[in-house]
Design a protein around this ligand. Structure first.
Ligand code: SF4
Ligand code: SF4
Length: 132
């Protein structure tokens, strides 16, 4: 990765927070504890997981996130489930496609969205980000 983690995080914050449904009208994170957002709480692992995948198949990214990020997340249950994810409250999971896009673009890789026609499951919260 040529860009520093701090630079990547700034790029992803700029891209994701502005479409996140948890953002307030003032442009701040509306979570009770903004530092609890899994996307940024575990950002080094997120960036590493995405960087480790060379594929246009979003499923590969989902698997890398489950393996390398969810596995160390406090919200992760022993059976692999996640209540936060099920309630579409995890910004990382809800906006994964946009996160992958932002990181791949910032690191000079491209994600071919044509593969999404294969019907790979991905949760996306309602809002502007549904225009993917
Ligand atoms: S929940 Fe996460 S992605 Fe959403 S505004 Fe807060 S910090 Fe940004
Ligand atoms: S989906 Fe759940 S376990 Fe995975 S990062 Fe999000 S909150 Fe954590």
């Amino acid at each position: 990765m040529d860009r520093s983690l701090a630079e990547l995080e700034a790029i992803v914050r700029n891209r994701i927070c502005k479409v996140c449904t948890d953002r307030t009208v003032d442009g701040e994170c509306g979570l009770e504890q903004p530092s609890s957002c899994a996307l940024f709480r575990l950002f080094p692992q997120v960036a590493q997981a995405i960087h480790s995948v060379e594929s246009d198949d979003i499923q590969q990214y989902i698997e890398a996130i489950r393996r390398n990020v969810c596995s160390v997340c406090v919200d992760h249950a022993a059976d692999g489930s996640c209540e936060t994810r099920q309630q579409v409250q995890c910004a990382l999971d809800a906006y994964l496609l946009l996160v992958v896009d932002a990181i791949e673009e910032a690191t000079a890789k491209t994600f071919d969205r044509k593969s999404l026609d294969s019907g790979a499951p991905i949760q996306v919260r309602p809002g502007p980000q549904t225009q993917v």
